[in-house]
Design a protein around this ligand. Structure first.
Ligand code: KG4
Ligand code: ZN
Length: 338
């Protein structure tokens, strides 16, 4: 039985949540900065840090109030310490350290990717390991084998853009508001197309590359412009999304087959994509695999997933010292739970 308060500030959401026993959400507060960054077409790191500073105390106070708890009632303080924007991470890490020190509670450092993975265990405590997890978000695209709680093996990752980053850049080129992912998803669901964009083939079976696809979309848009023809935005959105979904599904299923694993987990902002969920449902139904993904609110960045991961780490005795620092580039492959 442990109750953990956790903070997430790695990108543009200032979030604090309180989770009991790894699956009972007592509070989940997210102050989104999307509206602020929208006018710049992407996240401005310096603005994000300043907004985190402005929001963090309010968000922590709101989470404690929502849960009806004070610091004394907590068993630990969790925080995302990497990867992410260093100035943004520092706000969360400093706040978590101050709370842990003031309340005399253990501090737990969480890798952001482990947090996304735990959104699944938070929503579906019935998941049995081993499992293969596809984490696809604005900053990451990874295939991870989870053989036991806290035991990860990184099987593949993107060599360039993350899947969500590609969605956002293509969205911008199509004139859609930031973030492009949900808008492209909505257009793709309602339109068919005969357009076809290339799927990258790499020398590593589970690695990804999305920069070539992004260039193919930009070339297509330039050609339309040179011909004086308007681009068919919904069709381009559909063809682009189909190309992303194909490689995400193919690589994940290939990893399952090679490792002999029949449980698939999806995580990260891109796992909110309806087309991706439909494609995984179809292939998992055909093969008789179990498929899990978090509810929409737990797919994109939130602190409940960080708190769930922190609960598990606390139970495993994996706590951090007050010297914990923010690490902008914290590779998951080098990350040893603890
Ligand atoms: O997990 P997340 O909130 O932040 C990171 O850790 O990066 O993911 C945000 C990303 C954005 O790139 C956004 O466009 C993408 O998730 N996203 C989607 C959808 N909803 C959010 N991408 C495709 N389809 C969606 N429905
Ligand atoms: Zn994330």
């Amino acid at each position: 039985m442990s109750t953990v308060l956790a903070i997430e500030t790695s990108c543009d959401e200032t979030a604090c949540a309180i989770v009991r026993d790894g699956h009972d959400i007592l509070a989940n507060v997210v102050a989104s900065q999307v509206k602020i960054h929208e006018k710049f077409g992407g996240v401005v790191p310096e603005v994000a840090s300043r907004k985190h500073l402005e929001y963090i105390d309010l968000v922590v106070a709101e989470a404690l109030e929502e849960a009806g708890l004070d610091l004394e009632a907590l068993d630990g303080i969790g925080v995302t310490y990497g990867p992410g924007l260093v100035g943004a991470l520092l706000v969360g890490v400093s706040t978590a350290k101050a709370l842990a020190y003031a309340a005399g509670k253990p501090l737990i450092g969480v890798h952001h990717i482990e947090g996304h993975i735990y959104a699944n265990f938070l929503a579906h405590p019935e998941i049995c390991l081993p499992a293969i997890c596809l984490i696809a978000s604005g900053g990451h695209t990874n295939i991870v084998e989870i053989s036991a709680p806290g035991v990860y093996h990184s099987l593949g990752k993107t060599r360039d853009d993350a899947a969500g980053e590609a969605f956002d850049k293509v969205g911008r080129a199509l004139g859609l508001p930031y973030p492009g992912g949900p808008k492209i998803d909505a257009l793709a669901l309602e339109h068919e197309t005969s357009l076809h964009f290339p799927r990258a083939v790499l020398d590593h079976p589970y690695d990804f590359s999305f920069s070539g696809l992004k260039s193919a979309v930009l070339n297509h848009l330039n050609q339309c412009q040179m011909r004086g023809e308007p681009a068919a935005v919904p069709e381009v959105a559909r063809a682009f999304q189909d190309a992303v979904i194909d490689v995400l599904v193919d690589h994940t299923m290939a990893a399952c087959e090679a490792q002999g694993i029949r449980t698939v987990l999806l995580a990260g902002g891109v796992s909110a994509n309806q087309g991706l969920r439909n494609a995984f449902h179809e292939v998992c139904r055909e093969r008789g695999y179990d498929l899990f993904y978090p509810p929409l609110a737990l797919c994109t960045d939130n602190a409940a997933m960080i708190a769930a991961a922190a609960c598990a780490k606390l139970d495993r005795g994996e706590t951090a010292g007050l010297e914990l620092n923010a690490v902008a580039r914290l590779p998951f492959s080098d990350y040893i739970a603890g």
